[in-house]
Design a protein around this ligand. Structure first.
Ligand code: AHG
Ligand code: MN
Ligand code: MN
Length: 340
């Protein structure tokens, strides 16, 4: 990563003519996300040093214990987007409902809404393992100038205009797409500057890594059990390697670079799966497709799933196209499981 490498700021300006609707607005939005990500990155990196670890004692809307850093990251992203007045609404995994951002007197009418999982993989925080942030951007469907409505957020993944994630790993990276491929930027923390380190990222077509919480095996649908058996058989390039960090962002990021599949299926314990369609699956699916990969619910493209509630959960299969298609072949033998 030499001085010749372009910075994220330069990259956004250079490519803003790709934005279909409003160049300036989407550029400003990406700039605020990169700022919020820097603030969270700083906090995540000193998590072991300050008393920010552990549960804040609150339970979020989905009944999970919130870690303090979840709340912190949520506050940073919400505050940044609200104060800078660049979007008309935000929805977060950590909030019960979406938040309407009213324009200040004399301000502009904004076209975009953002949905976010501000801290993904939060159970990894207190063991010093990678976590992430996921974001997704849509153009509002309600008339400009009015207050945003639920319909602005309940759009199919296909309608996304941008999506990305930040992985707070051994270094902090921001990876995003606006529908013209996927690019990854690494933060130089000393300067606070993001450098284009991974231009035009692509999933290898096939892979050898499968990522799933296999402890839930007995609760999985038969199609998933059969596929796992296939992954473990001794044939050609199999058995595959099992790798599971427990943070979708980190598992996805590794699989995109090395080739692999991530699965969070339905189970008898979680009949609709665990991951959230709007905050986690759709944005990762948009990135996956833009990187030549595939994302599905086991039967159809995840971005074609009709959303009906903000915190909706879905089963999720994402990764190298040949691996996801293979898993879908196994699922197709049990068509009833498509009605989760
Ligand atoms: P979050 O921390 O935002 O709640 O998401 C955690 C998600 C996902 O990132 C991860 O892959 C999965 O939950 C892990 O779940 P299990 O512990 O059930 O495997
Ligand atoms: Mn998450
Ligand atoms: Mn989260």
């Amino acid at each position: 990563m030499g001085i010749k490498s372009s910075t994220l700021g330069e990259f956004i300006i250079k490519n803003q003519n790709q934005f279909k609707y409003s160049e300036g607005e989407l550029s400003r939005l990406l700039n605020s996300i990169k700022l919020a990500a820097k603030v969270v990155s700083h906090e995540v990196n000193k998590a072991g040093l300050v008393d920010i670890l552990g549960s804040a004692g609150n339970i979020n809307v989905q009944g999970e214990t919130q870690q303090k850093l979840d709340i912190y990251a949520n506050d940073v992203f919400m505050r940044t987007l609200r104060n800078r007045q660049i979007v008309c609404g935000v929805a977060s995994e950590e909030e019960d409902d979406f938040i309407v951002i009213k324009k200040k007197h004399g301000g502009f009418d904004h076209k975009y809404v953002v949905l976010t999982d501000p801290l993904d993989g939060s159970s990894n925080i207190d063991v010093n393992v990678s976590v992430g942030t996921i974001f997704s951007v849509y153009r509002r469907v309600s008339p400009e100038g009015s207050l945003v409505t639920k319909e602005d957020f309940l759009q199919k993944g296909r309608e996304q205009v941008a999506a990305g994630y930040v992985v707070y790993g051994t270094s902090t990276m921001l990876v995003y797409t606006t529908g013209y491929g996927v690019n990854g930027f690494t933060l130089n923390p000393a300067l606070g500057v993001w450098y284009l380190s991974h231009p035009n990222m692509k999933f290898p077509k096939g892979g050898k890594i499968y990522s799933i919480n296999e402890g839930n095996y007995v609760h999985f649908p038969q199609g998933v059990k059969d596929y796992l058996k296939y992954c473990q058989e001794e044939e050609e390039d199999r058995p595959y390697t099992s790798r599971y960090i427990g943070s979708l962002v980190s598992d996805f990021h590794r699989n995109m670079i090395k080739g692999g599949i991530y699965i969070y299926p339905t189970s008898t314990k979680a009949p609709k799966g665990k991951l959230r369609l709007l905050y986690e699956c759709n944005p990762m699916a948009f990135i996956a497709e833009q990187a030549g990969g595939r994302a599905s619910d086991g039967y159809k493209c995840i971005m074609d799933v009709e959303p009906n509630e903000l915190h909706q959960r879905v089963p999720f299969f994402v990764g190298s196209v040949e691996m996801v298609e293979k898993a879908e072949e196994f699922m197709a033998k049990y068509p009833n499981d498509a009605n989760y």
